[in-house]
Structure formats: C-alpha cells, structure tokens
Design a protein around this ligand. Structure first.
Ligand code: AMP
Ligand code: ZN
Length: 443
C-alpha cells in the first residue's frame, strides 16, 4: 500500500511522493536541553521513529535529522541557578536525552546537530534576508519583516490579527511591525555570544532550524515534523526564513505534527509542572512499555497519560514476549501486510497494534512488532527487568538457585528441587521448565 501522510500545509492526507525517491530527507525539531525531557517530549521522537523505520524499509536512502537546541534563555538561567557552565549543562542534559530516547527504542537520527555549531550558517542566512529586504537591523537586533512576505501565515492559517496576538512577545519599540520576529539579538558580556555584522549576539530560536535543515538536508526537503505547538510561531517562521532566503517557494513538502500528551486533559508541560520525566518513568517501567503507550493512540490525537496505561502496556508486552519465549525465530521477516497497511495509512499505530494482536505465529508477531520498534529484546532479558529499588533476588541469585535446583534434580533429590522452586516463587520468581532448560520471570 502506498504511504499516505497528513500534511498540515494542506490539512489533508496525501500520498507521499518524495522529491527524490532515491533519497528521502526528514527533519524533526528536537528538544531544548536544560533538564531531563518529559514523556510529552518523547512523543514526537517515538512517533517519527516509526515513520523513519517505515521509510527505511521502502526507500534506498533516508536521512533523518533531529536537532538539539543548546542556546536559549532557559538554558542560561538554569546554568546560572546550577552554578555550572552552559556547556556542562547542555552536554549533560543532551547525553541524558540521547540515552533516554535509546531506552525508548528510538533509532539514532543520521545527524543530531547542536545549534551552537551552526551559528556561522545562521548569520549567513540572516545576511541574505537583510540583503533581500526581508529583514532589518534595529537596536542591535535583527528582525524578520513579516509584511515583506506576501503569503506569510500559510501553514498556521492565521489572520493578521491572530498573528499579532499569537506572537505574544511584548511589542518592542524597535519593531516596525508587531508581527516581526527576532532573527538575532544582542548578548551582554556575561551572556554567550558570537560576533556578527550586527555586533556580538546570539541567534533567535527559529533561525536555528532553517540553518541546520539546509546544512544537512538541502534548502528543500521532504518531511518536517514536530509537536502541534510548533506550527505557530516556530514552523511558520522557519518557512518564512527559508523561503525568503533561499527563494525556492518550498522548504519542506510535508509538514507533520503530533498531538499533545495530556495529563488529566491538560497538555503536559514544564511550565505547568504537570510532567513526568522519561528518566523517572524508566525507573518504574521498561522503556518498551512507555513506547507502546505512546503509540497506543493515533499520533494526531491527544493521548492521556496515566500510570494505569503504562501497567497495561507492560502486561501486553509480557504476553507478546511470552509468545516468543523459547522459540528459535528466523533473523529477518517481512512486516506482515496487516501491520504495514495500517502504518501506511498516516501511521495508524492503534490499528497496527490491534493487527499485531491477531498474529499467532511468533515470527510474524515479532516482525509486526519490530515495525513499531517493539519486541526488540531477547525475551529472557525482558522478563529479567525489575523496577529500580525493587526488592527480591538479583539475577545472579536466581541463576545460582536454578543451578542448585538442577543439581538437586540430577541427584534425584526432588524434595530439595521443589523447595528451591517454592522458595523462588515466594519471592515472586516463577520458573518454567521447557525443552531448552529452565527460564524464569518475575510474577
Ligand atoms: P521543546 O523542548 O519544548 O521545544 O519540545 C520538544 C518537542 O516536544 C517539540 O516537538 C514539542 O512540540 C514536543 N512537545 C512538547 N510538549 C508536548 C506534549 N505535551 N505532547 C506532545 N508533544 C510535546
Ligand atoms: Zn525547529
């Protein structure tokens, strides 16, 4: 089945036709790194990882870029609060992000540029915008001139009044038009800054993605994605910058946006304080359970976060891994058509999950689940997982007890063998004897 994706530009599901079928290019806006990310931030990572996997199955070459925003006022404030350097803070939190996303089963993108590595390119784009009359310098800032672009607002479809209200920045006196937005701002001596034709300063947020996407994917590319909250102003402004600087009339052909992860009906966000970090959840639940929960709703729908949902996701995976246990599976299996078709329809992951439930053959089950980045582990490793700080015997203790039971059985001391099994059971460890020996799981 051909791939259909919902394009925010047209508000319609469209057949995916890459600009260059021999090389598909995709960009996803990554996090601003100043702390652990919350599970809402992980939603675009997991959803677009499923898309990346699908594209890799279908096209000979896919380049996936997901940036790291490592210059931002929140970063400056947090580094000062923590009494650490910005570099130390962003390196530490970017590393934590990478490791958390890996534990959610997300593949690494092909490039993960950090904004501060591309300031020269950002300055270059701003210079082009100034030269073409789309930007102007005022009071040590450089601003994008919104009225200079005829069809500004195409992605978000906002009226001019909504644009001005939505810009939500206080209307600085140096702005010629209230909708104009910052490309470059001055830095005081104690703030990080780079030299530029407009003095020492730092880039605005939107210009980062125009520069990093052009650098790694070219001035036009196939897919640009992120959460719903990025449509305006971030993506609208990226489009304005890239179209006016590069002059192609197209930045990305398809714009995709995931819905919010909510908590009690409200968007999970750092500012509301209603968040769980991925890092803390990984202490209580396996990464794949978090991943399955994130894929249990269609990506454009809101998804309500509950602990109950995670418990259910874990139970589903226990069942699926149970079906794989003790089986020798072929290395490679094509994704079953029912799963591939569901994903081809604008990444319908809930339908794909119900199709996976129908798969009885373990090899098919694993191949279907792998398309969602699930069932990636050896089943024995899955069943050995324990929440952090949990009581109960360690893996080494269990292995030693199983060996002792084996020896007791060999010596025909069945009473001792049963005692060992019952002792483990009383500690929540269930033994299963199979053709390949004894396996265990925590009950
Ligand atoms: P930020 O670091 O705030 O720029 O967010 C990084 C990514 O997470 C962006 O793609 C946001 O759209 C996305 N995001 C933030 N909060 C949520 C949420 N509650 N649900 C889903 N996506 C979110
Ligand atoms: Zn971006």
């Amino acid at each position: 089945m051909s791939l259909q994706i919902h394009n925010t530009l047209t508000r319609e599901k469209e057949q995916f036709a890459p600009l260059d079928p021999s090389h598909v290019r995709m960009y996803v806006c990554g996090p601003t790194v100043y702390d652990y990310v919350h599970i809402g931030n992980a939603r675009p990572v997991v959803v677009f990882d499923v898309l990346y996997r699908l594209l890799k199955r279908r096209y000979p070459r896919v380049t996936y870029v997901r940036n790291i925003t490592d210059i931002d006022d929140r970063i400056m404030v947090r580094a000062a609060d923590n009494r650490e350097t910005i570099e130390a803070l962003t390196t530490r939190t970017a590393d934590a992000y990478r490791s958390d996303m890996k534990r959610l089963g997300a593949l690494s993108p092909d490039f993960e540029p950090r904004a501060t590595e591309f300031v020269t390119q950002m300055v270059g784009i701003i210079e082009r915008l100034v030269a073409k009359g789309h930007a102007y310098a005022a009071a040590d800032h450089v601003l994008f001139s919104v009225p200079s672009m005829d069809d500004y607002g195409r992605l978000s479809r906002r009226s001019r009044d909504e644009l001005v209200a939505g810009a939500r920045v206080e209307v600085a006196p140096y702005k010629k038009d209230p909708a104009d937005f910052v490309l470059w701002k001055p830095s005081s001596p104690d703030q990080p800054g780079w030299s530029s034709p407009w003095g020492r300063g730092r880039p605005g947020w939107h210009i980062e993605c125009s520069a990093m996407s052009a650098q790694h994917l070219g001035e036009t590319f196939d897919i640009h994605a992120g959460g719903l909250d990025l449509i305006f102003p971030h993506h609208e402004n990226e489009i304005a910058q890239s179209l006016c600087a590069f002059g192609h009339g197209l930045m990305a052909k398809y714009w995709m946006h995931n819905g919010f992860l909510n908590i009690s009906g409200e968007k999970m966000s750092k500012s509301l304080g209603n968040f769980f970090t991925v890092h803390e959840l990984l202490e209580q639940y396996p990464g794949e359970a978090i991943r399955l929960l994130l894929l249990s709703a269609h990506y454009r729908q809101p998804l309500d976060f509950t602990h109950e949902g995670l418990v259910q996701a874990k139970a589903t995976l226990d069942r699926w891994y149970g079906q794989l246990r003790g089986k020798t599976l072929p290395e490679l299996n094509a994704v079953p058509a029912s799963v591939e078709d569901a994903l081809s329809d604008d990444l319908n992951t809930p339908l794909a999950i119900s199709a996976i439930h129908q798969l009885d053959d373990p090899a098919q089950l694993r191949a279907g689940a792998l398309a969602l980045g699930l069932l990636q582990q050896d089943p024995e490793a899955w069943f050995r997982w324990t929440p952090e700080g949990a009581s109960g015997p360690t893996e080494a203790e269990i292995d030693a007890a199983i060996a002792a039971r084996q020896a007791a059985r060999k010596a025909k001391n069945f009473a001792e063998a049963d005692r060992i099994r019952d002792d483990l059971a009383s500690k929540g460890v269930v033994l299963e004897d199979g053709p390949k020996g004894t396996v265990w799981k925590r009950g």
